[in-house]
Design a protein around this ligand. Sequence first.
Ligand SMILES: Nc1nc2c(ncn2[C@@H]2O[C@H](COP(=O)(O)OP(=O)(O)OP(=O)(O)O)[C@@H](O)[C@H]2O)c(=O)[nH]1
Length: 348
Amino acid sequence: MSEVVDHLAELTGFRDRDVMDVTLVSALRDLLEPLSVAIYRCIELGEEGCAQSRWLTRARLVAGEAVATADPLWADPSRLPPCSDKPQRLECMKSRGVLQLQQADGSWLTIFPLATEREVVGVLEIVSEQRLKSGAERMVCSVLRIYHNFQGLLDYSERDTLTGLLNRKTFDESFLKALGELPGSAACIEAGDRRHAGGARYFLGVIDIDHFKSVNDRFGHLIGDEVLLLLSRLMRSSFRFHDLLYRFGGEEFVVLMRCADEADAAHAFERLRHNTEHYAFPQVGHISVSVGFTEVRPGDSPAAAFERADRAVYHAKDAGRNQVQSHAALVAAGAMREQTQLSAVELF
Ligand SMILES: Nc1nc2c(ncn2[C@@H]2O[C@H](COP(=O)(O)OP(=O)(O)OP(=O)(O)O)[C@@H](O)[C@H]2O)c(=O)[nH]1
């Protein structure tokens, strides 16, 4: 019993979800000594209307191995195994119940659904030599309830209540984490550039709904809120699952994305612009967004990068709205000057 409590104390001691998932599989490995224990998350690729789903391994521990493995968050999603390969996991998610079956090699597979406040997002899978006893199954369910409640608390403090996107509070931390992955950063040099062989590049985009005031004025704030909610869904389906999506408040949204180059980033923002323009919003009809984006540079601050992207949004508004503008392209074309002065916010 005290062993379980110790593991729970450890599990709820982290705010980082990656660490929490690794801690959860480590705890269950220690408590049950199974052949393997793993957390798989079902992710929708969702790009360009393609509704294919894949399994992302969040954490997996095999008997005899000291360290858990996981897919990197920016893994190429097309290389992940399709969800249809594991119908039992899908069945467990659908039924929201525990599934237990014996495999061809005689081992036992027990699958538990993993849910957030909003939806079932994946499964916890335990492979054991013997069938998991009902007491052990109940213990795992209880641990998962605590894990679920704790994730709910994290969501509450990190997410915007209307759209479920990340809120502004968490932006600086993620931005600085991304900064640490840029080639040449202190963290990168310390890690001997091993994790960053591909040369990570990050782009920050600011998305602003055009003439949103008139949506509120004509249809009221409730319909206005619905537009914000639907736009957040369009964002989820337009960007990759590992891109970080924020609502900064009001009708201003931010995306922090990892991708290969400026052209890829421009393509992703253009996809959102296009999807928004062609979406029929109930009652309101068609709206558009203006987008500005910039590359995150070594030594950047969140405020400086945001300001560059925001200036590109203003340019998009001035140039007629419903368009994507790159800060770098605007500077190169002489349409905008590189801001070298620190803003007042950064100075104080
Ligand atoms: N419904 C709703 N409206 C909001 C919310 N937050 C801010 N707004 C409204 O968003 C509108 C923003 O309008 P402006 O910044 O003037 O810009 P705009 O009308 O979108 O025009 P442009 O950006 O120049 O295209 C204001 O009417 C705000 O009241 C919210 O949470 N819900």
